[in-house]
Design a protein around this ligand. Structure first.
Ligand code: G3P
Length: 216
């Protein structure tokens, strides 16, 4: 399973990209705002992100209507070859996905909460679909079954669209979506570090070195 970093924080992106830990980046208007990036500064910020990552970088449109989404999507698509235009899974968003796909522009259909939304996104030729595991679980529904159902549908019809599971609350959810066959998980920097840190590893290492130091 590929791992993307879900952030607009440039220093975290550069760090994890240099480590080789990440395969791509996802951002959205809320994550950009968290880094103090306003809509009129997004292109410049995106240029810096795409210069730091070789994998796909998803940028979400601010527009909510079809014509505006197409204009915004086309503008962002010229920034770098690894740009993916993220669109909300609405009627206008799905139409925009079809048009951008027909123009050879990569798309990521976001805010997916049902298997049929993912099916529609795949039918429109989306490169990626982003089901929000954590937000489904927050609402007391089964966000992990959502991934299993989308996986089955995509496999049934050999859709090329990749499942990019998003909105995680725990590392357990991340390991389960990996078992379920999610192609990609996009993860906050905080959760990413928890994927590999373990207190028993630190304690075990400390014990090994202590024992080794007792031999002169
Ligand atoms: O990639 C989607 C993500 O940023 C949404 O996460 O934690 O706001 O549900 P969250």
């Amino acid at each position: 399973m590929q791992i993307y970093l879900d952030t607009a924080n440039l220093s975290e992106i550069i760090k994890y990209s240099e480590y080789g830990f990440i395969d791509g980046v996802t951002t959205n208007p809320a994550l950009a705002a968290k880094e103090g990036v306003s809509p009129n500064k997004i292109v410049e910020h995106l240029q810096q992100i795409t210069n730091s990552v070789s994998g796909l970088v998803s940028i979400e449109v601010y527009a909510t209507t079809y014509n505006e989404m197409i204009a915004e999507g086309k503008k962002y698509s010229t920034i770098a070859p690894n740009i993916v235009i993220k669109l909300p899974t609405t009627e206008d968003g799905l139409r925009a996905c079809k048009t951008l796909t027909d123009n050879n522009i990569k798309t990521n259909m976001t805010l997916v909460f049902s298997p049929t939304q993912a099916l529609m996104a795949a039918k429109m030729g989306a490169t990626l679909v982003s089901p929000f595991v954590g937000r489904v679980e927050d609402a007391q529904f089964d966000g992990l079954s959502l991934i299993a159902e989308i996986r089955e549908i995509f496999d049934n019809f050999q859709f090329k669209t990749k499942i990019l599971s998003a909105s995680f609350r725990s590392i357990k959810q991340i390991s389960i979506v990996a078992q379920l066959g999610s192609d990609i998980a996009t993860i906050s920097p905080t959760l990413l570090s928890k994927l590999y840190k373990h207190p028993f590893t630190d304690k075990g290492l400390e014990d090994f070195l202590k024992t080794a130091s007792q031999v002169s």
